[in-house]
Ligand binder design. Structure first.
Ligand SMILES: Cc1ncc(COP(=O)(O)O)c(C=O)c1O
Length: 402
């Protein structure tokens, strides 16, 4: 079979590759600690599950209208009104199959063969692959651990070249956990408007931030910026609804019209009864969010504390999401491991701990540790990571002595 150029250009997600190795070892009965998954370990709250059952019993099992059910669009609009004091029209929003479909449809709607896209790096895996699929060229904006992986206007200006079509930003960030400075973000949006560039702001972790940070959306800049600004949201992480596949995009009505066209011919949108459950996620009790964020913070602090005990790792304090992204470059430079993939392979094969190699995110000297798992697993996982590194160093010392 001859496959299209479009599909031949892309690679499978490396984060999913780690997941499949973790699954394989689990099936073989090994005591695996999975610190690779980008998925909350908390159950979807009961009231949301109950709302889903009720919507099934009410017969919400037929096609939903293209673009999403009215109740859900209204619930998103009311939430943004309440949280950020800004009001959107119903034709400025579309409900999508998770954040992933929302973002990929936007890229599809905007990027032509040869178009340039500014991509802060490290980046979430799928941006790059979808840009490639559309034939776009990425211009990386390299961020590093010394700058706490924060994007500045200066970074954008330095990497901007005439004719760039799109900038993708993601704060709180996957894989770094970094939360960008609000004023800096606003300046970046204004710069992009000046240059007539589109900006996708992927805000799928916006409620998962640690004090003194508070939830923030660029939507708060107001409707007039929607000419260039695209807000991509998701219920997966904040409401523990990864498997429900519900997301949304807020932007100008012309873009939303294009996204609806894509949705109507490809997927017909998310499952109808899940959309009704999603209304409950927005309108029902929100108090569990606070305890969830508290639990994540406790775990983050624990992980940082444990990583500090390991020599020569460079790390920083992530302010959001549920990832830590240490720099293991010191060990790679000295040949302990060939690269971060070699490190991740060694860790899963010898110690049955799954982490995601930074290369999946365009950062070859890093690994991503997800703390969306129990404290007990984190303790064990971090103990084994330390063991791997200490044992490797001892082996090298022995070899040098011989
Ligand atoms: C930064 C980022 N954006 C978007 C998504 C997509 O999430 P979903 O499609 O589950 O809404 C993810 C999921 O891992 C993510 O980490």
């Amino acid at each position: 079979m001859n496959f299209s150029k479009r599909v031949s250009r892309i690679e499978p997600s490396k984060t999913l590759q780690v997941l499949s190795k973790v699954r394989e070892y689990k099936q073989r009965g090994f005591d695996v600690v999975d610190l690779g998954a980008g998925e909350p370990d908390f159950e979807t709250p009961r009231h949301i599950r109950e709302a889903c059952k009720l919507s099934l019993d009410r017969g919400f099992t037929k096609y939903a209208p293209t673009g999403g059910i009215l109740e859900l669009k209204k619930a998103v609009i009311e939430t943004y009104e309440k949280e950020f004091g800004v009001s959107f029209d119903l034709d400025e929003i579309i409900i999508t199959i998770g954040g992933k479909q929302g973002i990929s449809s936007c890229i599809m709607a905007l990027v032509n063969e040869g178009d340039k896209v500014l991509l802060p790096t490290p980046y979430w895996v799928s941006y790059l692959q979808v840009i490639k699929m559309e034939g776009g060229d990425t211009i990386p904006i390299n961020l590093n651990v010394d700058g706490n992986f924060k994007l500045t206007l200066e970074d954008v200006k330095k990497n901007y070249i005439e004719g760039v079509k799109l900038l993708i930003i993601n704060s709180p960030n996957n894989p770094t956990g970094s939360v960008y400075d609000r004023d800096e973000l606003k300046k970046i949006v204004k710069f992009c408007v000046e240059k007539d560039m589109a900006i996708i702001s992927d805000e799928c972790y916006y409620k998962l931030v640690y004090p003194p940070e508070t939830p923030f959306s660029l939507a708060s800049m107001g409707r007039k910026y929607l000419s260039n600004l695209i807000i991509a949201g998701s219920l997966s992480k904040t409401f523990c609804m990864t498997g429900w596949r519900i997301g949304y995009v807020i932007s100008n009505r012309e873009l939303i019209k294009q996204l609806k066209k894509i949705e109507s011919h490809t997927t017909s949108g998310p499952t109808t009864f899940c959309q009704y459950a999603a209304v409950e996620a927005f309108k029902g009790p929100q108090d569990y969010l606070r305890s969830m964020v508290d639990a994540y913070k406790e775990r983050r602090d624990f992980v940082l504390n444990e990583l500090e005990k390991i020599d020569n790792l460079k790390t920083y304090v992530p302010e959001g999401a549920f990832y830590v992204f240490p720099d293991i470059g010191w060990y790679i430079e000295r040949g302990y491991w060939r690269d971060c993939e070699d490190f991740a392979r060694d860790l899963i094969e010898k110690y049955y701990v799954g982490v995601t190699p930074g290369s999946a995110f365009g950062a070859k000297d890093h690994v991503r540790i997800s703390y969306a798992t129990s404290m007990e697993k984190l303790k064990e996982g971090l103990r084994r990571i330390r063991n791997l590194i200490l044992t490797k160093m001892e082996e090298e010392l022995d070899e040098n002595r011989e």
